[in-house]
Design a protein around this ligand. Structure first.
Ligand code: AMP
Ligand code: MG
Length: 402
């Protein structure tokens, strides 16, 4: 059976960037840049006033005020003499000959003259062309995830189209004879298929599309059919349930029938031991166990890693751990790594490491354990006891974004 780190390594090796596409800027949020962005012009693209005030021609204290206003967007065709000043507003082009711009709070105007009541220095309140970005600079490097401020930067550099990595299309299949659709009073022995909602929600929070989803009973033909359709439409196919060793665990048999090659099955972890990973051509397959908490963890760790790599990001999600202080003793089996759902809190002054408190209900079928958690404590293999006040590795949990 594989260790968690080995399983992740294998996934990261198999998952390949899907390739590059061009999208309109407005559809680019959450994509990963697949090109270096070079400044097409200087930013600011002209010398401009940083305040509402007066452009003055020298360091003097009294000026003749020209009968003119320069508003944002105007193109002044004047040159200020040393004894002249002109009304100017924020963002407007500073005229030639400007020594500085004086804020309107620091002046008196009377009889066509401007007097200033504060010493000003050369270039004060002028934003200079190119002081933020110079033409030809690489302003963003390929591999960056596009955030709202990056959208702004791309827009101001005149990029209406951007080269990005393609986002993987996701298919979701849940399996189990006991599963029923959502309703207020499930009949005896039946279980509401929460995984299909959870998995769709996770994919949605990652900014990706679910292109196929279906719930099927534990029946080989139905599973094969659903998988076949899923592989036609998606880059990543994910199932829940039916991957353990029971007689009604039919996923592996269905995969054989479809020519999906196993990369690994079963990982030394809790929850999620039966996790299966395979490939069909360039497409990836994840067989998750049915337990909803195992689904959360396996999606967050393994599927996210693969998806990140496919869309041009770093793969190994476990690298993002931080250290915390354990709030209580924990006993565990030394065989498996445990992903323990926890609540992490920083002390008020943030001078110390965060305190990490495991959630009481630890069963992998207990949905509340994951719903309440804001961190996953990584309790490694080979250790059967973690001590109160020990430094531990934790992954902060953020479902939104990759
Ligand atoms: P399995 O992995 O198929 O053996 O399922 C393990 C446990 O998870 C069983 O108790 C199932 O009833 C439960 N389970 C499986 N699939 C789902 C699902 N889609 N939604 C909620 N619970 C599920
Ligand atoms: Mg089942």
């Amino acid at each position: 059976m594989l260790k968690v780190s080995e399983a992740l390594e294998r996934i990261c090796k198999r998952a390949k960037p899907l390739g590059v596409t061009t999208v309109p800027l407005e559809g680019s949020l959450g994509h990963v840049l697949a090109e270096d962005i070079v400044a097409r012009f200087n930013l600011p693209n002209f010398n401009q006033s940083a305040v509402d005030g007066y452009a003055v021609g020298s360091e003097r204290f009294k000026f003749k005020l020209l009968d003119l206003e320069i508003k944002a967007g105007d193109v002044p065709n004047i040159t200020l003499n040393k004894d002249e000043a002109v009304r100017i507003f924020t963002g407007a082009i500073v005229p030639d000959g400007t020594y500085a711009v004086v804020p309107q709070e620091n002046v008196n105007v009377s009889d066509g003259y401007l007097e200033i009541n504060k010493v000003i220095s050369r270039n004060e309140n002028i934003r200079f062309e190119g002081e933020d970005i110079s033409k030809g600079d690489v302003v963003l490097e390929s591999g960056k995830i596009i955030t709202p401020p990056i959208v702004a930067l791309l827009a101001s550099m005149g990029y209406s189209l951007v080269k990005v990595y393609k986002k993987p299309r996701i298919a979701i299949i849940t399996t189990g004879n006991e599963l029923i659709s959502i309703r207020k009073d499930p009949p005896k022995g039946k279980v509401i298929d929460s995984n299909i909602y959870q998995m769709k929600a996770i994919v949605q929070a990652w900014g990706l599309n679910v292109v196929f989803s279906k719930r099927v009973p534990d029946d080989l033909d139905s599973i094969v059919l659903a998988l076949k359709d899923a592989f036609l439409e998606a880059d990543v196919v994910i199932t829940s349930g039916g991957i353990s060793i029971g007689e009604y665990d039919l996923i592996r048999e269905a995969l054989k029938a479809l020519g999906v090659r196993k990369d690994f099955w079963q990982v030394l972890q809790k929850p999620g031991k039966p996790l299966f990973f395979g490939v069909k051509g360039r497409k990836l397959f994840f067989g998750l166990p049915g337990n909803p908490v195992a689904v959360s963890i396996c999606m967050y760790i393994y599927v996210r890693a693969a998806v990140r790599k496919m869309m041009g990001l770093e793969c190994d999600v476990l690298d993002d751990f931080i250290y915390g202080i354990l709030s209580e003793d924990i006993n565990k089996s030394s065989k498996r790594l445990e992903f323990i759902r926890a609540i992490m809190r920083y002390p008020k002054d943030r001078k110390y490491l965060p305190v990490v408190k495991p959630i009481e209900k630890r069963g992998s079928h207990m949905l509340t354990s994951m719903a309440d958690a804001n961190a996953i404590l990584i309790a490694p293999e080979g250790i059967s006891f973690l001590e109160h006040c020990e430094e531990v590795k934790v992954l902060p949990v953020n479902w939104f974004g990759l």
